[in-house]
Design a protein around this ligand. Structure first.
Ligand code: SF4
Length: 345
């Protein structure tokens, strides 16, 4: 057994790795398959073969921020904008419920398009059906997060994108890394299941900073982590930057699974946008969540954070039976629960 395999085994046993050990792995591709297999084994051992489904509804593509990598950025005037009405959101949520989904994710650009009261009203109505609600609507004040939590929101996704503060503030002009971390602290303090994550392959990002991302996730004890390879969008300033590497993203995800075995990790759509079987590769390398897209076809095509995203959704079955059939080939099965973070106690 070589040195790298021994390090993977150590992570498998102890759930700990040093920064140097993580960097060694991220820089060396010689035992990728071993790492993926061990991460999958760890997931199976602790969480079993269940995959949790989340119905994704993209409520609005209006965004006041200007992240260089994102097709929804404020300055992308080529992007037609939309905002779903409260009734449209509730209709999509009830469709997801009829399909048997136990969690709904409401995702949108960062803006004040919806007054907090409107969001609270939507959340309260969806909660009447005993559905878990995840929000992914960006940075808010503590008070706003509190109101949304009191209305019934269970989880919140807010990717840190990168823990390299200088890089973050270059990529997300006008945004503050410190405020991003404040948001994550507030969400945790308010009792949300708190999700974060990163983009792998940003221009100027180093392997060392990716290792720091992994350690940061462990330090804040994130409940969910989504890792996506960077994909260049043609209508952004990063249009000529090469795409991120799927296999490096899978390695980041697999290391996270070994260090944080009990959390929820989605197989991200960006992985599938880079590889026709990207999400199944992820589901057999440590991921345990899938997020089928329930946004109607017209609006889904207008939610183009990166190219190829809507195409993946189109090829995506919304029917639990069909998803079950597909993942069964890999020894997996759709969970019948809402899929909160697994509790060891
Ligand atoms: S990444 Fe999020 S905050 Fe940044 S421009 Fe896109 S939607 Fe807006």
């Amino acid at each position: 057994m070589n040195k790298l395999q021994k390090i993977v085994d150590k992570a498998y046993e102890t759930e700990q790795l040093s920064r140097e050990e993580i960097i060694l792995h991220l820089k060396d591709d010689s035992i990728n398959e071993y790492l993926y297999a061990k991460a999958h084994q760890k997931k199976q051992e602790l969480l079993g073969n269940e995959i949790h489904l989340r119905a994704l509804i993209e409520i609005s593509n209006i965004c006041l921020q200007n992240c260089l990598y994102c097709g929804l950025r404020r300055d992308n005037s080529l992007q037609e904008r939309y905002k779903l009405s409260k009734d449209e959101i509730l209709f999509l949520a009830s469709t997801a419920k009829q399909y048997g989904y136990k969690t709904i994710v409401l995702q949108g650009g960062e803006s004040n398009t919806y007054p907090i009261n409107d969001l609270c009203e939507v959340i309260q109505k969806i909660k009447k059906d005993d559905i878990a609600i995840t929000l992914s609507i960006g940075e808010k004040t503590y008070e706003e997060y509190k109101l949304l939590k009191e209305a019934g929101a269970d989880r919140f996704l807010l990717r840190i994108e990168t823990t390299d503060c200088t890089l973050y503030e270059q990529m997300d002009p006008g945004m503050s890394h410190e405020n991003r971390k404040r948001c994550l602290r507030d969400l945790k303090a308010l009792g949300y299941e708190t999700g974060s994550g990163s983009l792998v392959g940003l221009p100027g990002q180093t392997i060392e900073s990716i290792a720091d991302d992994i350690l940061f996730f462990k330090e804040i004890d994130a409940d969910m982590l989504g890792i996506g390879p960077f994909i260049a969008h043609q209508d952004t300033p990063l249009k000529d930057v090469p795409n991120g590497n799927l296999f490096l993203s899978l390695k980041v995800m697999a290391i996270i699974r070994l260090l944080m075995p009990d959390i929820n990790i989605p197989a991200t759509t960006a992985m599938e946008a880079l590889h026709p079987n990207g999400r199944m590769l992820a589901l057999t390398s440590g991921a345990n969540v899938l997020m089928p897209n329930f946004t109607d076809e017209i609006h889904r095509k207008m939610y183009e954070i990166y190219p190829g995203k809507a195409q993946v959704a189109e090829n995506n079955s919304l029917h639990i039976e069909q998803i079950n059939k597909k993942i069964k080939e890999y020894g997996l099965v759709v969970s019948k629960t809402a899929g909160y973070r697994w509790n060891r106690s």
